[in-house]
Design a protein around this ligand. Sequence first.
Ligand SMILES: N[C@@H](CCC(=O)N[C@@H](CS)C(=O)NCC(=O)O)C(=O)O
Length: 239
Amino acid sequence: MSAEKCLAKGSAAPGPVPKGYIRVYSMRFCPFAQRARLVLKAKGIKHEIINVHLADKPEWYLKKNPFGIVPTLETPAGEVIYESPITCEYLDEVYPEKQLLPSSPFAKAQQRMMLEYFSKMIGYFYRIPSGRKNGQDVSGLEAELKEKLSKLNEDLVNKKTKFFGGDSITMIDYMMWPWFERLEVFELQHCLDGTPELKMWTERMLEDPAVKATIHSIDAHKAFFKSYVEGKPDYDYGL
Ligand SMILES: N[C@@H](CCC(=O)N[C@@H](CS)C(=O)NCC(=O)O)C(=O)O
């Protein structure tokens, strides 16, 4: 089963997860769910996707995940795992092929530290467009975001690597990618003008098969984001 129309309140609960598969409850435009989908693709894990109508959630979904957020993983044994970094770590641990997290405790800690740092940046990607929409002066917020992006750039410069965990993609790259895919949608792409290494990283990421498999066009992102901002999110846009 692949990405299909979202299930809303009143829909029938999906049956048990078939043996040999893992299920991800997702929303096609959710950057957090994309993290899990990137890891599933990168590792070649057999999975099925069930999209959830997040503005009109099915009762059965709230029973599985009381917070009603996506992504959520479900195993054939009925185990449920949510919070995107935890879903990704779980997948990496349970499916040993193509390890995405480093095995050294220090290198793993470095990735977790970077993820903490990045998590504090995520709010800017939403506050800036919504501030602009409300006619606020967002130049201060933009300057703060640029400063934070320049720290990421510095990290690549110091490490002299193509990606954040070395010369090939690792977990931390996938954890950050979804917001860079959306920079143009947030009208923030100019924030990379002063960070050439980071910009090159985004170009390298675009070549990755898992990124290619989960990407939406800028037009699709824009159309979804517009519907979201207008309070009528079109989760099935383009289907
Ligand atoms: N901290 C969570 C955040 C997930 C999240 O906020 N997902 C959004 C969709 S992009 C969601 O499920 N929203 C539904 C809601 O908040 O009710 C994670 O990393 O998985």
